[in-house]
Design a protein around this ligand. Structure first.
Ligand code: FES
Ligand SMILES: [Fe+2]
Length: 394
């Protein structure tokens, strides 16, 4: 980041100075560093099952077409025509046989190679033109892209996500509900809020029906009830062929995967603990709740019967779009899916969180705002996120 836009120095263990949350220059620097240099959750393999299935991934000025080619390979191409630069795909998702630019109909194969271009003269080297690729990876039903010129290693995340998420068979699911929100808050307040359960007791009664406050990364609180439940659950999960290791941001990396037990009598994250859909994959009778984090834009839960993914898209310093997707087994009949019960916990919990973030952000905008101290007991993961963020921002 240039000197001209350098924000004040942040104090470890405290929230950031207001500039980080408010300033347009900081936001633009984030797009050019934090978001460009990492791996970003883009969608679900299920949405890209067949040849020609595509979805758009948009972040700031960048837009990428993620498409399955005829060989089953997932490709990512910048949505920028090589003729005069027009966007090619306009709809957020769909199925195509080729990528045809609407401006002058240059036509690209799913592999990004230019196949046809009218009236370009005899000397036009069609074969030298192809859409600019972006890096794309797929692991256990989740799709990630990187906008970096040299994407960071993905192998460690693939191993961690793959080992623990694969039994839920997310690639054999379907989205039964997609909720979109526009939250009037800086994206970092949403991540900070996600990284602690300090706020749960006062705000999330529905979430705490099935969940404990314990088990979050960086939360030192303990209870003997939870610890003995966790020990028993680890034995059961191991016997059920699940790999229950807690892999939380190893070596300061961007991902976490951890399986947590639910309260006694709760087989899933529903209001009464009873399943809301047929089982997902091969996860035994009581797999608890698998938590996945992909900083800076993804968190997800995979349960016995459904999964829920949350993806953030920063729009500006004060606006963040959120998409929450609920997935059930692909072969689950509609009659076997109770959509109201399935979405009950996460719809209300998500909306409670957006209100908290908007109230938090309203306070940060005030001239009375000063950085505040994080709890060393319950907010160490917020601190971890801020350290990762500041390092990425440079
Ligand atoms: S800009 Fe795409 S064909 Fe002209
Ligand atoms: Fe919350």
């Amino acid at each position: 980041m240039s000197e001209a836009v350098s924000p004040p120095v942040a104090t470890p263990g405290w929230t950031l100075p207001a500039t980080y949350y408010l300033d347009q220059h900081v936001f633009e620097a984030e797009l050019a560093t934090v978001f460009r240099d990492g791996w970003l959750f883009a969608g679900h393999s299920y949405e890209l099952a067949g040849a020609g299935d595509y979805l758009l991934f948009t972040l700031g000025d960048e837009e990428v077409i993620i498409v399955r080619d005829e060989d089953g390979l997932l490709r990512a191409h910048h949505n920028v025509c090589r003729h005069r630069g027009s966007r090619i795909c306009a709809e957020p998702r769909g199925t195509v046989r080729a990528l045809v630019c609407p401006y002058h109909q240059w036509t690209y194969g799913l592999d990004g190679r230019l196949r046809a271009a009218r009236l370009m003269g005899d000397d036009f080297a069609k074969n030298e033109q192809r859409l600019t690729p972006a890096a794309v990876r797929e692991v256990a039903g989740l799709v990630f892209i990187s906008l970096a010129d040299e994407p960071p290693d993905f192998a460690a995340a693939a191993t961690a996500f793959g080992a623990q998420l694969a039994p839920h068979r997310l690639e054999h699911t379907r989205i039964v509900h997609r909720a979109s929100y526009r939250v009037n808050a800086n994206w970092k307040t949403l991540v900070e809020n996600n990284r602690e359960c300090y706020h749960c007791r006062g705000n999330h009664p529905e979430f705490l029906e099935s969940n404990f406050e314990y088990g979050s990364h960086g939360d030192l609180r303990r209870s003997s009830t939870y610890d003995s439940l966790l020990a028993t659950a680890y034995e059961r999960w191991t016997a059920d062929g699940l790999a229950p290791d807690d892999v939380s941001f190893p070596d300061g990396q961007w991902f976490r995967v951890a399986r947590l037990p639910l309260r006694d009598g709760f087989r899933t994250e529903s209001l009464d603990g009873a399943p809301v859909a047929p089982p997902l994959g091969e996860v035994g009778d009581d797999p608890g709740s698998l938590r996945l984090i992909g900083l800076p834009t993804l968190w997800a839960h995979a349960n016995l019967d459904y999964a829920v993914t949350t993806r953030l898209t920063p729009i500006g310093p004060s606006v963040t779009d959120v998409e929450v997707c609920f997935l059930v087994a692909a072969n689950a009949a509609d009659d076997d899916v109770d959509l109201d019960r399935l979405t009950a916990v996460w719809t209300v919990t998500s909306e409670q969180d957006w209100q908290l973030c908007e109230a938090n952000y309203a306070g940060i905008r005030s001239r009375a705002y000063r950085p505040g101290p994080l709890s060393p007991v319950a907010e160490a993961s917020v601190q971890h996120f801020l350290e990762c963020y500041l390092a990425a921002l440079g």
